[in-house]
Every structure is written in structure tokens, then in C-alpha cells.
Design a protein around this ligand. Structure first.
Ligand code: FMN
Length: 216
């Protein structure tokens, strides 16, 4: 609750990098710190998540269960994706595979994508791929349309304290974040109405990917 008496939206921020020093983690930390009067962002790491394999995909992997629970209880998610060879890094793709097999915490969850990379296109190609992945039926996230937050030339973009140097970029991120907060409220309101309307949901397994063969 803020001093003005309104409930702050709770988001989780996931950096799709397992590098010790990650520009995408720096970007998320900056967003969480810069806009902490408007939104509560908890940062999550994917470093402890093993590579996904269907052979051993039990949900009792602690790191996967932790991530799943945190995403499930958040109002929305911000993913900061690096770009490796014009797509998302394997580590991030693997985490999403874990989170779309036995557990589905992204189902109906509002997601905003941001990204930082070395080159001038600032993860634009990785972001397109990530959007497609998140919209696959087993993931079924609700991704904020448009509004691409592309932090190019990442090596020069931050100062020594992890602050984004370019004011226009900061203002743009602020504008997108405000749109995302509205988007989160709308999507979560629709979701609640749908839950009330469709009693059958209580019985689970209401979508094709939830059938036994897909791990429901
Ligand atoms: C295998 C590999 C491929 C890469 N491919 C791209 C690329 O396609 N586009 C790009 O902008 N940067 C590319 N980079 C550089 C990344 O932008 C850079 O490593 C960035 O720091 C990754 O994000 P992180 O610091 O959050 O881990 C690549 C890096 C690696 C190691």
C-alpha cells in the first residue's frame, strides 16, 4: 500500500541471462529502482535452473518450483532478454520450457519484454522470438503488444552505478511501464471475470495442452 492509499502492482523481473555480470540484470535493477514509487518489482535469477530435459522433468526441482510460485503469485512479469545469434539465449528458452511442461505459471499472466544487447538493434530479433515463444499454447502468457524497449550498445548505455545514461530512453521506459501497469490491471480483471463465468475451469485440464500426455 502506498502513502496515497492505493495497492501497488507487484511484478517479478526475470533476467534471461546466467552471466555473472549481465546488462539485462542491470537494466531490470535500474527499472526496479527508478520506478519504485509506482511499482514493486522483485528480481528473480535463473542461474540455478538446470537445462530442461523431458526425461527428468519433475517439478520438485527447487529452483523451478520457486520461480513458478513467484510468477504465479505476481500480478505480472517483466522479462529482460539478451540476444544470442539473433534469438533468445538457450538458458532463457530452457527456463520457459520448464515453466510450460508440468507447471504453467505464465498462463494468462501479463508480460512485458525489455532487452539490452551490444549491437545497435538492441535485442529486437530476440524480442520477436520471445513474444512468439510466450504466446505458444503451453505458455499462454499475455504479452504487452508493441512498446519494444530496446537498449542498444549496452556497454556504453549505463554509468558505473548501473544507471541508464540517456534521459529519452529512461522517459520511454517510464511511459511503457505505465502502459504495462494499466495492461496488468485490465488483463487481471478480465481473468477474474472469466474465472467466475466458466465454472468448468475449476476442473482444470481445460485446454488441449493440459491433457495427460502433456503432463496435466
Ligand atoms: C554466442 C553469442 C551470440 C551473440 N549474439 C548477439 C546478437 O545476435 N545480437 C546482439 O546484439 N548481441 C549479441 N551478442 C552479445 C550480447 O549482446 C552480449 O553478450 C550481452 O551482454 C548479453 O546480455 P547479458 O549481459 O545480459 O548476458 C552475443 C553474445 C554471445 C555470447
Amino acid at each position: 500500500m502506498t502513502s496515497e492509499g492505493f495497492q501497488m502492482i507487484k511484478l517479478v523481473g526475470i533476467a534471461g541471462s546466467i552471466a555473472e555480470e549481465s546488462y539485462n540484470r542491470t537494466l531490470l535493477k535500474f527499472i526496479a529502482m527508478q520506478f519504485n514509487q509506482e511499482v514493486d518489482i522483485e528480481l528473480l535469477d535463473i542461474n540455478d535452473v538446470p537445462m530442461f530435459t523431458q526425461d527428468d522433468a519433475t517439478v520438485d526441482n527447487h529452483a523451478v518450483a520457486f520461480l513458478s510460485q513467484k510468477i504465479q503469485s505476481a500480478d505480472g512479469v517483466i522479462i529482460a532478454t539478451p540476444e544470442h545469434n539473433h534469438t533468445v539465449p538457450a538458458a532463457l528458452k530452457s527456463v520457459i520450457e520448464w515453466l510450460s511442461y508440468k507447471v504453467h505459471p505464465f498462463d494468462g499472466k501479463p508480460v512485458m519484454i525489455v532487452g539490452a544487447s551490444y549491437l545497435t538493434q538492441g535485442t529486437s530479433r530476440a524480442q520477436l522470438h520471445l513474444r512468439q515463444i510466450l504466446e505458444a499454447p503451453g505458455v499462454n502468457a499475455v504479452v504487452l503488444p508493441g512498446n519494444e524497449v530496446l537498449v542498444a550498445n549496452a556497454k556504453q548505455a549505463f554509468d558505473d552505478f548501473g544507471i541508464l545514461k540517456d534521459t529519452d530512453t529512461v522517459n520511454f521506459i517510464h511511459a511503457v511501464l505505465r502502459k504495462f501497469i494499466t495492461f496488468v490491471k485490465v488483463i487481471n480483471t478480465l481473468d477474474k471475470q472469466e474465472d467466475t463465468a466458466y465454472e468448468s475451469k475449476k476442473f482444470g485440464c481445460h485446454q488441449w495442452y493440459r491433457h495427460d500426455s502433456f503432463g496435466c
